[in-house]
Design a protein around this ligand. Structure first.
Ligand code: MEV
Length: 322
């Protein structure tokens, strides 16, 4: 394994890493309770990191360029996610002596909005640091490493976010079951609308947990109903049946509302998308704001996006899957 201590001072080594945003199509929240879920990467939105040989004796320095924050890995506490991720990379690789490396992180992924920004930034920085040290993580290794960072973000993650950003493929995910990548029968066109209301996943995940503890039978019935929607969505995806998929998205949205994780903005934007011709729409991710996803026929994407823009969506992303 190479080490920056051996590099001539004038030869700066560089290594890059990146990871995409993610979109949960079906099954968020219920997936924490062992139901299946379907998620896809969104390669048009990315977190990117570059590791560059630093000043001798400088240690690991983090540069969160998007928010203009620069700090020593050792100067922040255990709960700072990027420093925590870097320490885990070093531990994983058995590196005891801190290398001298500057890690620059850039991201286009909206923060705390259901698109997996936390998992993607951790994956990008872990990949860049490991590559700079001469090591290539497999997707499974990277996913396991980022899972630890996810636990910092929200205590009881299902593991879906770290898995989809590390594998960068559509996935069928179920906790404690082997990962399956998902065949998709026809290209899906999705319009993603940022409600502009940021909402940390930890909050809605914690609320669902408290509600489930208060009313276990009711919540378990909701989780099972979501699981059933996800099973039907898998068949519709394989068959390329957009109309059924859209109807299942609407059904999933109703179950998320019953769970208490939707917000009036999510419901309004979903309704606007349907009225503008979307086949179906729902919130995506932790909910209570964040992002909505609408499934549209290709030719309708512009019209649906425009209707959502006029209804107040902050940012819009059109993405294709399959
Ligand atoms: C967050 O992207 C998805 C949730 O289901 C939480 C999790 O699976 O860890 C809300």
């Amino acid at each position: 394994m190479s080490n920056s201590q051996h590099d001539p001072p004038d030869q700066k080594r560089r290594a890059w890493g990146s990871a995409p945003a993610k979109l949960i199509l079906f099954g968020e929240h219920a997936v924490v309770y062992d139901q299946p879920a379907i998620a896809v990467p969104m390669p048009s939105l990315k977190a990117r990191a570059v590791a560059v040989t630093g000043r001798r004796g400088g240690g690991v320095i983090l540069h969160a360029e998007t928010i203009g924050r620069h700090y020593l890995m050792d100067a922040v506490g255990e709960s700072e996610p990027l420093a925590f991720t870097c320490r885990n990379v070093l531990r994983w690789l058995g590196i005891e002596r801190q290398p001298d490396v500057d890690l620059h992180l850039m991201s286009d992924i909206p923060i705390a909005s259901g698109l997996g920004s936390g998992a993607a930034t951790a994956a990008a920085i872990a990949r860049a640091l490991a590559r700079w040290l001469g090591y290539e993580f497999s997707p499974a290794q990277l996913s396991a490493l980022v899972y630890r960072t996810e636990q910092l973000h929200h205590g009881t993650p299902s593991g879906i976010d770290n898995t989809v950003v590390a594998f960068e493929q559509p996935i069928w995910f179920r906790r404690h079951a082997p990962l399956e990548t998902l065949p998709i029968g026809a290209r899906l066109c999705l319009v993603v609308a940022d409600s502009g209301e940021s909402s940390p996943t930890r909050i809605t995940v914690g609320e669902v947990r408290r509600q489930w503890q208060r009313e276990p039978a009711q919540y378990e019935a909701l989780f099972a109903a979501v699981g059933d929607v996800v099973q039907r969505a898998r068949a519709a995806l394989a068959a390329g049946d957009g109309a059924t998929l859209g109807a299942l998205m609407n059904e999933n949205q109703q179950l998320l509302e019953a769970m208490g994780v939707s917000a009036p903005t999510n419901e309004r934007l979903a309704e606007v998308a349907r009225r503008a011709g979307a086949l179906g729409a729902k919130l995506s991710g932790g909910g209570r704001g964040g992002n909505n996803v609408a499934l549209v026929a290709r030719g309708d994407a512009e019209r649906v996006a425009e209707a959502l823009r006029q209804a107040g969506a902050r940012q819009l992303f059109v993405t294709e899957v399959g």
